[in-house]
Design a protein around this ligand. Structure first.
Ligand SMILES: [Zn+2]
Ligand SMILES: [Zn+2]
Length: 198
């Protein structure tokens, strides 16, 4: 028989943060914070950048890196048992039109830590521009995910793009990429429709 879970102050804190993460205010507060953070990172990066080519490379590298971050978090953080990451995502799968998401401060905190780590190994201007680009990739992901669930597309290409994520809601072990199918194709998790023939 499973033992009842002991309620510790830490558990209580996690529960209240998880409850807050279901609200619309939390959802849009996170959007505003990420937008401010992304603009600040790009501004600071531009101020310290050395050369336009490295600056353009940093932005492109950031977008490319984000495409993998999106896949990594969705596959290996959200679809596991990690507190806060998994809870909000499980609720999103149950209520795709709801506002269940990460606590508003968490993505910004993770992005700041990653920026600090990048600044240890790359010139500050390059690291800041790259992480600004990662942050805008994340904002684009959030907005894409929101409109996929709230807008009915007519254009065939957009329908296909949105459809790939709707398929993920029925087959949660496939189609982890939301903005792009790139890493699903590379890592073999792209949904393939089974043949209807017997
Ligand atoms: Zn979704
Ligand atoms: Zn999912």
């Amino acid at each position: 028989m499973p033992r009842p879970m002991k309620r510790t102050p830490w558990r209580g804190f996690l529960d209240s943060v998880a409850r807050m993460s279901t609200t619309r205010t939390n959802y849009w507060a996170e959007f505003v914070i990420d937008l401010a953070l992304g603009a600040w990172l790009l501004f600071e990066g531009w101020r310290r950048h050395q050369g336009d080519v490295p600056a353009a490379l940093a932005v492109l590298l950031g977008l490319f890196a984000f495409s993998f971050v999106e896949y990594f978090f969705h596959r290996w953080m959200f679809h596991t048992q990690i507190p806060l990451f998994a809870q909000g995502h499980r609720l999103h799968h149950e209520h795709p039109l709801g506002y269940d998401s990460l606590p508003f401060f968490l993505p910004g905190a993770v992005l700041l830590v990653l920026t600090g780590l990048c600044m240890l190994v790359a010139p500050a201007g390059f690291a800041l521009l790259m992480m600004g680009s990662v942050t805008f990739g994340y904002i684009a992901y959030g907005l894409s995910h929101f409109i996929i669930h709230h807008v009915r597309f007519r254009h065939p290409l957009l329908l296909r793009w949105a459809g790939a994520h709707h398929v993920h809601h029925y087959h949660p072990d496939t189609n982890f990429g939301v903005t792009t199918p790139l890493w699903d194709i590379v890592l073999g998790t792209r949904y393939v429709r089974k043949s209807r023939r017997i």
